[in-house]
Design a protein around this ligand. Structure first.
Ligand code: CP
Ligand code: NVA
Length: 301
């Protein structure tokens, strides 16, 4: 494993398979295992954005691995009063064995990782959400018993953190990803292709055409954290990409629905779709715990 997990691009397909195997084991053994692979260690969690799943799944996961989670609200750290990221990273590396960071600018986690001698795990930035995406493909693997060759369609904000990490995952794990988004929210050109890609990333503006023959339909909020000022425009401009029953019916009959949550029902997804038997969003949310435990036990020495 590389020292840090920041975009999704740091992990190889062989390591993904290792994460899947360990996640399955940890999930199965959760109720009875006494294994504490990170006993005696401490893991920092620096958050400057809201969180329900990420905070809880990391905090509970760190505890279950035997380590101590130290949650820090970024605004209450000296960083909020001008201490540099570089100094903070070097100081924290003297106390902690790894750090999990959720913040705005992706350059902040890159800077932190540059100066930290411990592993840095990105728990969401404006540009990437790798732990979410690793969980999502594990969830697909659980349901389909494979990831290679799967067709997944991501609907909505194709320029979001979720879309960016998903594109990297498609290239590395070898699945077909169609991003259904309008021109203004089109996927980043530099992430649509990758040298030695095992997968395929396609941009399609017509949502109905995009979902044809899809195994998985994935959506996310239209207004990501930090983009609140653009709310009215985004809601109007992305309206035709709403994941509703009509769109779900246009995919494969057994297509499954993913959403990283939180969902804004009635905006990017309708109530009946998220509550349908094809929706696996709560399994997906649960898997954050197992997958992050796996990745932490592989990264933290
Ligand atoms: N999916 C996700 O990262 O959720 P939170 O924002 O609640 O952590
Ligand atoms: N794209 C969303 C994901 C939330 C988990 C955001 O950044 O707010």
């Amino acid at each position: 494993m590389q020292k840090d997990f920041l975009t999704f691009g740091e992990i190889s397909f062989d390591e993904i398979k290792e994460v899947f195997a360990l996640s399955e084991k940890l999930k199965k053994e959760r109720a009875f295992t006494k294994d504490k692979p990170l006993a005696g260690k401490s893991v920092g969690m620096i958050f400057s954005k809201s969180s329900t799943r990420t905070r809880l799944s990391f905090e509970v996961g760190i505890h279950e691995l035997g380590a101590y989670p130290v949650f820090m609200d970024q605004s209450k750290l000296q960083m909020g009063r001008g201490e540099t990221i570089a100094d903070t990273a070097r100081v924290m590396s003297r106390y902690l064995h790894a750090v999990v960071i959720r913040t705005y600018g992706h350059d902040e986690v890159v800077e932190f990782a540059k100066y930290a001698s411990m592993p840095v795990i990105n728990a969401l930035t404006d540009d990437y959400h790798p732990c979410q995406i690793l969980t999502d493909i594990f969830t697909v693997y659980e349901y389909s018993k494979r990831i290679e060759g799967i067709k997944m369609v991501f609907l909505g904000d194709g320029s979001s953190n979720m879309a960016n990490s998903l594109m990297l995952a498609a290239h590395i794990a070898g699945f077909e990803l169609v991003i259904a988004a309008p021109e203004k929210y089109r996927p980043r050109a530099d992430l649509m292709t990758m040298k030695n890609s095992c997968g395929k990333v396609v941009w399609e503006q017509d949502p109905k055409k995009a979902v044809e023959n899809a195994d998985y339909l994935y959506t996310d909020v239209w207004v990501s954290m930090g983009f609140e000022k653009e709310s009215a425009a985004r809601l109007a401009e992305l309206a035709s990409y709403q994941l509703d029953m009509k769109l779900l019916k246009a995919a494969k009959p057994d297509a499954r629905v993913l959403h990283c949550l939180p969902a804004h029902r009635g905006e990017e997804i309708t109530d009946d779709v998220i509550e349908s038997s094809q929706s696996i969003v709560f399994d997906q949310a649960e898997n954050r715990l197992h997958v992050q435990k796996a990745i932490m036990s592989m990264m933290i020495k």
